[in-house]
Design a protein around this ligand. Structure first.
Ligand code: ZN
Length: 412
């Protein structure tokens, strides 16, 4: 497919009222006021889904870029899908699959979104990108800006973990920590700065910049390919703003549009009980725009990466759950730590607390029988947030260099 064709291979759609319009368009639906989402119109053919996985840019026909050959990439995507037999048995599941996004270049799935978003920024001729982030987006934006020779301004929340701040700074981005409890308030600052200084707003919040959440769709494409088209019954993912699960849903819709799947898996969005606006909206049947009027008061959880007080991608994650007979589940901090340690000790994958919510949620899924096949999205590496484990893992036993001391220590 040539570049000219690619520029016309998507439109904008409103999932609130089924309005759609060809690009270019403002990002707000003129009929109902919900944010618009990008929808691929490309028909790339089945060969795209049968080649060996190399990076998400294998699916460039389905991504909103003009020239994929100029994509800013570090080899993101193409992550492994791993069976978790011990955890499956412990959870009473027929099959548990783990989509291991910790192996992305900066250690989280955000690399997918930032790679596509910053490629868009360069196509627009921008030389500076700015993000709002609790940690992982800042790390990804800083790394990909370094890769592109661009400047990154990183507005990080006051509760961002020190290791993520150090990681983001190491790639050369300018880290600014904003000391307010509301993610929403930091977005207001970032939007004002981007408007004033002409920066590209690279935050992964689809209500502001729909291009920046497109990379998450490729997780659905890879799952289709890695399961041979036999998708699991449930896909379980953490939800902060909602762009990950909303993106996976839209990727599944692409697969359905292309005639590759008939039914969509049920989708489960997992939050921390200390910040659960998705669960509240699902439980109460709240329309998306109304959720924006009531930010979650004083988010408080060890899962800082999903402590978003509003649903920045509620316009996709809400219909994702509502149309797939899905579920919104909230888990508390002790459950999250137990989930993180269970995954690490039973399957050898250390994820961060933000992502361990999906393991904690397994026992809360509304399963009809024990034959369910479940896929958890393991979004980020636990190495990014080791301080969270302090006090939750056993301290080392100190001994002298003798075999008897070793034997007695191992017995204790
Ligand atoms: Zn609409």
């Amino acid at each position: 497919m040539n570049a000219a064709a690619l520029t016309a291979s998507y439109d904008f759609v409103c999932y609130g009222c089924d309005y759609n319009v060809a690009p270019p368009a403002a990002f707000t639906c003129p009929r109902c006021g919900e944010p618009l989402s990008i929808r691929s119109l490309a028909t790339p053919g089945k060969a795209v889904f049968s080649q060996p996985l190399r990076s998400l840019w294998d699916y460039s026909d389905l991504l909103p870029v003009t020239d994929p050959d100029r994509a800013i990439t570090l080899g993101e995507g193409a992550t492994r899908l791993i069976e978790a037999p011990r955890l499956a048995a412990a959870s009473g599941l027929k099959q548990l699959l783990l989509k291991n996004e910790t192996s992305n270049p900066t250690g989280s799935f955000k690399d997918r979104q930032i790679s596509v978003g910053i490629t868009r920024a360069r196509e627009l001729g921008k030389d500076t990108v700015a993000v709002v982030s609790s940690g992982n987006v800042a790390c990804a934006a800083s790394a990909y800006a370094a890769r592109a020779g661009m400047r990154a301004v990183l507005l990080m929340h006051g509760f961002a973990s020190p290791t993520k701040i150090a990681q983001a700074a190491a790639y050369g981005g300018q880290v600014i920590q904003v000391d307010v409890p509301s993610a929403n308030a930091v977005f207001d600052l970032c939007l004002e700065a981007c408007g004033r200084f002409g920066w590209y707003h690279l935050s992964t919040a689809g209500m502001y910049e729909p291009y920046n959440v497109e990379g998450a769709k490729t997780i659905a494409y890879e799952l289709y390919q890695q399961t041979g088209g036999d998708l699991p019954d449930w896909i379980v993912a953490p939800v902060g703003g909602g762009g990950l699960l909303g993106g996976i849903w839209r990727g599944l819709l692409d697969l359905q549009r292309l005639g590759l799947i008939e039914r969509l898996p049920r989708l489960a969005g997992i939050q921390a009980s200390g910040c659960a606006p998705l669960k509240k909206a699902i439980d109460e049947g709240t329309p998306y725009l109304e959720t924006l009027n009531e930010p979650w008061p004083n988010p408080k959880t060890i899962a800082g990466g999903i402590a978003d007080d509003i649903l920045f991608d509620g316009h996709t994650v809400l219909p994702a759950l509502r149309t797939t007979n899905g579920a919104a589940i909230a888990v508390d901090d002790p459950e999250i730590i137990r989930g993180e340690l269970a995954l690490a000790s039973s399957e050898g994958i250390l994820c961060e607390p933000t992502c361990a919510v999906v393991i904690a949620a397994l026992e809360h899924l509304p399963l009809k029988n024990s034959g369910a096949r479940v896929c958890c999205i393991i979004t980020g590496s636990g190495i990014k947030d080791l301080p969270a484990l302090q006090g939750h893992v056993a301290p080392p036993k100190r001994i002298g260099a003798s075999l008897s001391a070793l034997e007695s220590a191992l017995r204790a």
